[in-house]
Design a protein around this ligand. Structure first.
Ligand SMILES: NC(=O)C1=CN([C@@H]2O[C@H](COP(=O)(O)OP(=O)(O)OC[C@H]3O[C@@H](n4cnc5c(N)ncnc54)[C@H](OP(=O)(O)O)[C@@H]3O)[C@@H](O)[C@H]2O)C=CC1
Ligand SMILES: O=C(O)[C@H](O)COP(=O)(O)O
Length: 496
C-alpha cells in the first residue's frame, strides 16, 4: 500500500507530505491537492499545496546544501547515487502501486519504470565519474602569434540549483532522468512533481532520502503547476530548468531568466513505411510503439505514412493485431487502460470526431467508457483533419496513404513537432537517405520510436524541445566550464 511500511513517514493522515530540508513536512497552507484515479474517477490520493514561502525556503536550503555537495568527492557522490538506486529497486512495489492508481499505468509497466529508473541512476553515477574526472589542458602556442607561456586548465563545474519538472506519464523515470545527472554533477535539485504522478514521485524521493544525501540538497515541492509553477521557474535562485511535458514548456522558456533550459515536449512521431518494408515487423512496431500505455508517450507512433501500394496489407495486419490488445484496468495489466484525465479523453474524442466528420475511414467503432478509450486505427486521413497534425496522447493512430516517399518526408517535416520518427525499409541506403531527410531529433530505422535505452541522446527539434537528454548529455548540460590559466614567466617548451 502506498504510504505504508517503509514509506509510512511520508503520509500525514490522508495527505502525503512534501519533502524539504531532509524532512517530510506538512504545508502551512492547510490545503491539499486531490489526485483523481483515472480508472475510478475518484480522488485516490492527496498531496500538500505548498506555499510561496515553502518554495523560497526550499531554494535557499538547496543553495546552502549545494555548496557542501560540490565539495563532496565525486566518488562519494557516485556512492550515494548507487545507494539510492538500490533502495529504489528494493522498494519498488509500493511505487508501482501508486503509478497504477494515479496514472493508470499497467502494473507490469509500472514495475519496469521503477527498475529502469534504478538503472538510470546507477548509470548516471558511473557516467559522471567518467565525464567529470576529465578536464582539458590547452597550451597557448597552438594559436597564431602566441608562444608557449600560458597553460589553460578547463574543468566542468556545477550550475547550482536545478529545477526538475517531470510529466505525468513517467513521474519516476523522467524525474530521476533529471535528478541523477544533476546530483552527480554537483548540483542541488528542487523537484516539482506532476500532480498526477506526485505520489509515485514522493515515494521515489523517500528512497533518495534513505540513501543519506545532505539535508536540503533535494526537495520535492507539491502543488498545482498552474499555481506554483511560475514562482519556481522564475525564481532567482534557480540556475537551470529541466522540463518534460507539453507546450507548457514553450511558455516556461519565454518566462525563464538567463538559465540553461533542457526541454522535452510533445511529439507527432511519424512512422514512414516504404514499399519494400517488412510489413509484419512494421505492424508489430506500430502495435507496441503506438498503443503501449494507451499512446501516452511522447515517442509513441502518432501518424503512419504508408506507400499506397502496400497500405492495404499493412493496415489489415495492424487491424488484426489490434484485436489481441486487452482493454481494461491497469491492475489487470491490460494493454489499453484509461487515459490520465477526463480532459485528455475529451481532447482525444474531439480529434476523432473531427476526422469522422471529414470522411476518415474507421477500422473499429469509437468506444469510450469514462477515461477508457478503445484503440482505433483511423485510415484515409487527409491533411485537413486535425489528427494528421495534433498529438492525441491516446490510443488512436491516423493512417495517411502516400504516393511518393517525398510526400511522407514532407508530412513529417511540415509538423511543428520534431521529436522522433521511424522508417521501415529493407534497403539500408534508402533508410539512411530517408532518415537524413526526416528533420526530427531521432529517427529509428526498422523499429518504433523510443527514448530508451536511457543513455542514448534524446532530443526534440522545433517545438519538441530545447537541448538534449540522455544521461551523458544531461550531465554535460548541468555543468558549466571553468578555466584556470597559468602564466609562465617565459616561454617554455617540453623537449622531446
Ligand atoms: N514530452 C513528453 O514526454 C510529454 C508530453 N506531454 C504532452 O503534454 C500534454 C499535457 O500533459 P501534461 O503532463 O499535463 O503536461 P504539462 O506540460 O501540463 O505538465 C508537465 C509538468 O509541468 C508542470 N506544470 C504545469 N504548469 C506549469 C507552470 N506554469 N510552470 C511550471 N510547471 C508547470 C505540471 O505540473 P502539474 O501536473 O501540477 O500541472 C507537470 O509537472 C500531453 O497531452 C502531451 O501532449 C505530456 C507528458 C509527457
Ligand atoms: O516523454 C515520454 O513519453 C517518454 O520520454 C517516452 O519514453 P519511452 O520511449 O521510453 O516510452
Amino acid at each position: 500500500m502506498a504510504g505504508t511500511g517503509f514509506y509510512e513517514s511520508i503520509l500525514d493522515n490522508d495527505v502525503f507530505k512534501y519533502y524539504a530540508d531532509g524532512e517530510w513536512k506538512v504545508s502551512s497552507s492547510g490545503k491539499s491537492v486531490g489526485i483523481t484515479n483515472p480508472s475510478t474517477l475518484k480522488v485516490q490520493y492527496k498531496v500538500q499545496a505548498c506555499t510561496q514561502d515553502e518554495v523560497n525556503k526550499a531554494v535557499e536550503s538547496a543553495q546552502a546544501a549545494q555548496k557542501i555537495w560540490a565539495k563532496t568527492p565525486l566518488w562519494k557522490r557516485a556512492e550515494a547515487l548507487h545507494r539510492f538506486a538500490a533502495i529504489l529497486k528494493d522498494n519498488k512495489n509500493e511505487i508501482a502501486e501508486a503509478l497504477v492508481k494515479e496514472i493508470a499505468k499497467p502494473h507490469k509497466d509500472a514495475l519496469t519504470e521503477v527498475v529502469r529508473s534504478g538503472d538510470l541512476i546507477s548509470y548516471s553515477a558511473e557516467e559522471g565519474i567518467r565525464i567529470l574526472a576529465e578536464g582539458k589542458f590547452l597550451v597557448s602556442d597552438s594559436f597564431p602569434g602566441n608562444g608557449r607561456n600560458k597553460y589553460c586548465l578547463a574543468s566542468k563545474i556545477p550550475l547550482g540549483v536545478v529545477l526538475a519538472i517531470p510529466p505525468f506519464n513517467y513521474p519516476v523515470n523522467l524525474a530521476v532522468s533529471k535528478i541523477a545527472p544533476a546530483l552527480i554533477a554537483g548540483n542541488a535539485v528542487v523537484l516539482k512533481p506532476p500532480t498526477q504522478g506526485a505520489v509515485s514521485a514522493l515515494h521515489m524521493v523517500h528512497c533518495l532520502h534513505m540513501a543519506g544525501f545532505p539535508k536540503g540538497l533535494v526537495s520535492a515541492i507539491t502543488g498545482k503547476g498552474s499555481e506554483i509553477g511560475d514562482l519556481m521557474t522564475m525564481h532567482p535562485g534557480i540556475n537551470c530548468i529541466s522540463f518534460t511535458g507539453g507546450d507548457t514548456g514553450i511558455a516556461i522558456s519565454r518566462k525563464a531568466g538567463m538559465v540553461p533550459l533542457q526541454m522535452e515536449l510533445g511529439g507527432k512521431d511519424c512512422c514512414l513505411v516504404l514499399e519494400d518494408a517488412d510489413l509484419e515487423l512494421a505492424a508489430n512496431n506500430v502495435i507496441k510503439g503506438g498503443y503501449s500505455y494507451s499512446g501516452q508517450r511522447c515517442t509513441a507512433v502518432k501518424v503512419i505514412c504508408v506507400m499506397e501500394s502496400v497500405a492495404e496489407e499493412l493496415v489489415s495486419k495492424i487491424v488484426q493485431k489490434m484485436t489481441k490488445l486487452t482493454v481494461g484496468m491497469p491492475e489487470d495489466n491490460c494493454d489499453i487502460t484509461p487515459v490520465v484525465s477526463q480532459s485528455s479523453a475529451n481532447f482525444i474524442q474531439g480529434l476523432v470526431e473531427d476526422a469522422q466528420a471529414k470522411g476518415a475511414k474507421f477500422h473499429q467503432e469509437w468506444k469510450r467508457e469514462g477515461n477508457l478509450i478503445w484503440p482505433l486505427l483511423i485510415d484515409n486521413v487527409t491533411p485537413d483533419m486535425r489528427i494528421a497534425w495534433e498529438e492525441p496522447f491516446g490510443p488512436v493512430i491516423p493512417v495517411i496513404r502516400i504516393k511518393t516517399v517525398e510526400e511522407g518526408i514532407h508530412h513529417c517535416n511540415a509538423n511543428n513537432f520534431a521529436l522522433q520518427g521511424c522508417v521501415f525499409t529493407k534497403d539500408i541506403n534508402k533508410a539512411i537517405l530517408v532518415s537524413d531527410a526526416m528533420e526530427s531529433g531521432t529517427i529509428q530505422i526498422n523499429a518504433a520510436p523510443a527514448r530508451g535505452p536511457d543513455h542514448f541522446p534524446f532530443q526534440g527539434l522545433r517545438d519538441s524541445g530545447i537541448g538534449s537528454q540522455g544521461i551523458t548529455n544531461s550531465i554535460q548540460m548541468m555543468t558549466k566550464t571553468k578555466s584556470t590559466v597559468i602564466n609562465l614567466p617565459r616561454k617554455s617548451y617540453t623537449m622531446g
